[in-house]
Design a protein. Structure first.
Length: 623
């Protein structure tokens, strides 16, 4: 019993539980378990102290990482339930222990190494991929770091890396383990098998009314409706208000005259290209010198040109192609380098750039004027809407007054029905659904701010509570469910009977014939399934669960019962795949490293200042 407790105490779960126990003890009046630590020291590992600033910076970084996975920053309670404070403290303690080990070994980091790390960090690189001093300064400021603190952190990282690599870089996978893993992955089997489906068992009798009623009573939860709420919604944003504007021809023409000097449309070209081999390059070069049309050369060399479309120069990401295409006259072609060799680029038409005509610019000018008017008016319209809402005027009346659209939906808790609102941000859908299900019928509801700009207003029209449905409402569904359940039970019994007959020595061909099917011989497959899909991973796993004479049945991923008998075992030969070998050796190093740093940290001793830790967390969460 004591050995089991000691083993649990050394595990990650035990250590995290221990950390929570410490926090719990603090809550029962032990304000500071360690009395010899400074007020700004959260913990001490050996002779190294972890101050509150270091802990808080690491804690916030971990919160941000979790937020990227969850979609929102965890609350203080969620962070505690996830064990984030303990995790951060353990990681900082491991780093501190490794730093002390590096000091003991006299390991350091040169300025050249630090410079290499600095320039390799993508966080500090500009648009061209080179080190950007401004980006460096900005990132440090955002993370509350000085240059000295950054280089100190990087120096410690480099020193830890040297220690770890010197100890574990050459860690390999034992040959025995490699062989066993290769056999596990590379072994193959073939089976005789047949599939049992609905047609191989008797069709269940039509359920009686009493049977249907009893089934519905036992499975009412599966047929229960979900609560829905009927709402009318009005969205007010600059874009919605702009859609109500009608811009006259005179205003569009006047705006065109006012702005046409600044209006431009890019030159666009219809571009084709064709990839050439060496012989075709020579033919195209000769044709280019002789003035032979591109189309003729393509036809003579049995090629098919690829249409790249009608493009502006800015639309082309390949700089070499863009330069060549926009340096040609209409109908000309050029031979340029490509990824896999030479290629011919042809321009078959040119649309001139310059100032667009009024007809060409009309739609864009109208949209711009409508958006401009909407931006000027939206605040005033919002005030009027709020006044009308306060007077309990219905949304339908408000929408008609301002020419806005009204949207109606029967919304469930999932909020999927809110897709009636065009271009709704997914984050808004969740907040709107929550507000709808907190609303009370007849009460005025507050406006919901939307992502970007704008507000959404809604009126709760009706509430349809979740309820049990009657048999008449769901009769067809209940019949189908009960019939499927009985069919599945019959198939399960048939597969069990088939396996029992195989156990008794009946040939699989005879067993299959009794169900009016023929056995099939599979292609060789691994324990992960056959390449042709005839044996999936579930059935393959069952086939590998015994020896060379193994037989049985399994419910495959398609819901069919597969009865099988192993007919051949093919042992995997040769070395483990190099990529798999490298991955497994990496995993082995990670495992050894984890045990090593844990032992180093435990030897150094971790002491926690509960009072400073709680104060730091309170500062961060505002509690």
């Amino acid at each position: 019993m004591l050995d089991s407790l000691r083993g649990f105490a050394k595990s990650w779960a035990g250590k995290i539980l221990g950390a929570f126990l410490l926090v719990g003890l603090a809550g029962f009046g032990i304000n500071n378990v360690i009395t010899d630590l400074g007020t700004n020291t959260v913990a001490r590992v050996g002779d190294a102290e972890i101050d509150s600033r270091t802990f808080l910076r690491a804690y916030e970084r971990q919160l941000n990482q979790v937020a990227q996975q969850l979609g929102s920053v965890p609350t203080a309670e969620q962070a505690m339930s996830l064990g984030i404070p303990s995790m951060v403290l353990q990681n900082l303690a491991q780093d501190a222990a490794l730093d002390q080990l590096a000091d003991d070994f006299g390991v350091g980091a040169s300025e050249a190494k630090l410079s290499e790390l600095l320039r390799a960090d993508p966080s500090f690189q500009g648009t061209l991929g080179a080190f950007d001093p401004q980006a460096f300064t900005q990132v440090l400021r955002q993370n509350g770091l000085t240059e000295a603190q950054y280089f100190e952190d990087q120096s410690n990282v480099a020193r830890r890396e040297q220690v770890v690599l010197s100890l574990f870089a050459d860690t390999g996978l034992p040959q025995t383990a490699s062989s066993l893993i290769n056999r596990y992955v590379a072994d193959q089997r073939t089976v005789d098998f047949f599939v049992l489906g609905d047609t191989n068992v008797d069709t269940p009798a039509v359920p009686t009314e009493d049977e249907l009623a009893a089934y519905l009573s036992e499975h009412q939860g599966e047929f229960r409706t979900v609560e829905s709420r009927t709402v009318q919604m009005l969205r007010l944003s600059p874009a919605d208000l702009a859609a109500t504007k009608t811009i006259g021809d005179d205003a569009i023409a006047a705006e065109y005259e006012r702005t046409k000097a600044g209006l431009t449309k890019a030159e666009r070209r219809t571009i084709q290209q064709v990839v050439l081999n060496d012989a075709q390059v020579a033919a195209f070069e000769a044709g280019l010198a002789a003035g032979t049309p591109f189309e003729t050369l393509v036809s003579d060399n049995a090629l098919t040109a690829t249409d790249l479309g009608i493009l502006a120069e800015a639309d082309i990401s390949d700089a070499n192609l863009a330069t060549a295409a926009f340096g040609l006259a209409d109908g000309e072609f050029a031979i340029i380098d490509g990824v896999t060799g030479k290629r011919a680029v042809h321009v078959s038409a040119i649309e001139a750039g310059g100032v667009p005509s009024l007809a060409e610019a009309r739609e864009q000018i109208a949209q711009n004027l409508a958006r401009s008017q909407a931006r000027d008016e939206v605040a005033d319209v919002q005030d009027q809407v709020e006044e009308l809402r306060a007077a309990f005027r219905p949304l339908s009346e408000i929408a008609e007054r301002f020419g806005l659209d009204i949207y109606e939906a029967d919304v469930t808790a999932s909020g999927a029905e809110l897709n009636v609102l065009p271009e709704l941000d997914p984050a808004d859908a969740s907040r709107i659904s929550q507000a709808i299900f907190k609303a009370e019928k007849g009460q005025l509801t507050a406006a919901i701010p939307l992502a970007g700009s704008g507000n959404l207003y809604f009126d709760l029209i009706a509430v349809e509570p979740a309820r049990d449905q009657t048999l008449d409402e769901v009769r067809e569904d209940v019949v189908a469910a009960l019939t499927a359940e009985r069919t599945n039970a019959a198939l399960l019994a048939a597969s069990a009977d088939a396996v029992a007959r195989l156990d008794a020595g009946t040939p699989i061909a005879d067993v299959a014939a009794s169900y009016n099917v023929f056995p099939q011989l599979s292609t060789p497959f691994s324990r992960f399934g056959a390449a042709d899909g005839s044996i999936d991973g579930v059935v393959a796993g069952a086939a590998f669960a015994g020896g060379s004479d193994h037989h049985g049945s399994a419910l495959n991923e398609s819901g069919e019962y597969v009865v099988f008998q192993v007919v051949d075992v093919i042992a995997g030969e040769g070395p483990l795949d190099p990529a798999a070998q490298a991955n497994l050796e990496s995993e082995a190093r990670v495992g050894l490293y984890g045990e090593f740093v844990t032992a180093i940290r435990d030897d150094a001793g971790l002491r926690v200042n509960q009072q400073a830790l709680q104060q730091t967390l309170a500062i961060n969460t505002g509690l």
